[in-house]
Ligand binder design. Structure first.
Ligand code: IMP
Length: 204
């Protein structure tokens, strides 16, 4: 990144993939499309914590349709950059979705495993219909096969951060989508290795 514009939070970003303005413009377009879809319905927007928070809050403010929101949390990759394939629900919905128009709001579809799992779980609860809006989608074959009705950007197969997306819990507050510097992965790995060698605290 350019030295002149480097802020503390930009450290570890190899390059900007999608500028903040371009993200905002695309979110406005997606919101307009969703307004055309939900002219007569009140969709329930379901965000998948934590990565989707920024997209969700921007998207819903741009939408004109009457809507409601709810959140789910699923197990994430931890400090890993690849999907383990194992998905676990950590927080379920507050709302009953039977007969409702559900809109899944996803930050990113990588392998598509998380989304497919959630779609299967939610379908069994008999909603009127489920649509999916994903801000980012990677090119994996399985990801392309999973249901995504609207996609903000198709991106290359790189680990991205910012606009809600994290690496090891950091970088969510970047206003743009950036590519993580691979050197950061090594730094975090070695820090984790040092921490895991630290003996646990004993009870007093
Ligand atoms: P999937 O199950 O492989 O599609 O991964 C879905 C979840 O993994 C997303 O909701 C993100 O939380 C996380 N994830 C996947 N790729 C990335 C990435 O490039 N950056 C940050 N998080 C990612």
């Amino acid at each position: 990144m350019e030295q002149a514009v480097l802020k503390r939070k930009d450290k570890g970003v190899e390059r900007v993939l999608i500028e903040a303005d371009a993200v905002q413009q695309r979110v406005r377009e997606l919101a307009a499309e969703l307004d055309r879809i939900y002219v007569h319905e009140t969709p329930l927007l379901i965000g998948v914590l934590t990565g989707a928070i920024t997209f969700m809050t921007d998207l819903m403010r741009e939408m004109d349709a009457e809507l409601k929101v709810d959140f789910m949390a699923v197990s994430s990759y931890g400090d890993q950059v690849t999907s383990s394939g194992a998905v676990r629900i950590l927080k379920d919905l507050n709302e009953n979705i039977e007969g409702r128009h559900v809109l899944m709001v996803e930050d990113i579809v990588d392998s598509g495993l998380t989304l497919q799992y959630l779609l299967d779980v939610l379908q069994r609860r008999d909603p009127a219909d489920i649509k999916v809006v994903a801000l980012l989608r990677k090119p994996k074959a399985e990801a392309l096969a999973v249901q995504t009705d609207l996609v903000g950007f198709d991106i290359p197969d790189e680990f991205v951060i910012g606009y809600g997306l994290d690496y090891a819990g950091r970088y969510r507050n970047l206003p743009y989508i950036g590519v993580l510097d691979p050197a950061e992965i090594e730094v975090t790995k070695s820090k984790t290795a040092i921490l895991s060698q630290t003996p646990p605290l004993q009870d007093q």
